[in-house]
Write a protein that binds this ligand. Structure first.
Ligand SMILES: [Zn+2]
Length: 124
């Protein structure tokens, strides 16, 4: 059943888990922009961010990579789709990310709303 799991992440603990995102079989596709189900971090217990099917978590030691992923997520980017589109690849370094976000307001992978992680993670 691995193909029906999606990536969720905790930016504070820098961990990612594969979890079910929906109970609706019609929505089991790689383009799902938001999860219907929520999951809490197994480390800290806070709510995890829904990253999408294609998220590749950086190594735990890659602070820049995790900050980049957090900024992208906060600005509505999700790791969705099959990788075949004309939009540029998402950045992997914090230093590149804010510029990327401001220059790619119509990006193919910007599929959700802007969210503040600090507020989001404590919602239930
Ligand atoms: Zn956590």
């Amino acid at each position: 059943m691995d193909r029906f799991l999606f990536k969720f992440a905790c930016f504070d603990c820098r961990v990612s888990f594969k979890k079910a995102a929906t109970n609706n079989i019609e929505q089991y596709n790689a383009h799902l922009p938001e999860a219907e189900l929520s999951h809490n971090c197994m480390n800290c217990g806070n709510k995890m961010a829904f990253m999408g099917r294609q998220f590749q978590p950086p190594p735990k030691s890659d602070l820049s990579g995790w900050k980049s992923a957090q900024l992208l997520w906060e600005h509505g980017f999700r790791f969705v789709g099959n990788g075949f589109h004309s939009s540029p690849a998402l950045p992997k370094k914090k230093a590149d990310t804010l510029t990327f976000i401001s220059e790619n307001t119509e990006h193919n992978q910007k599929v959700s709303f802007s969210v503040d992680w600090e507020a989001y993670k404590t919602t239930t």
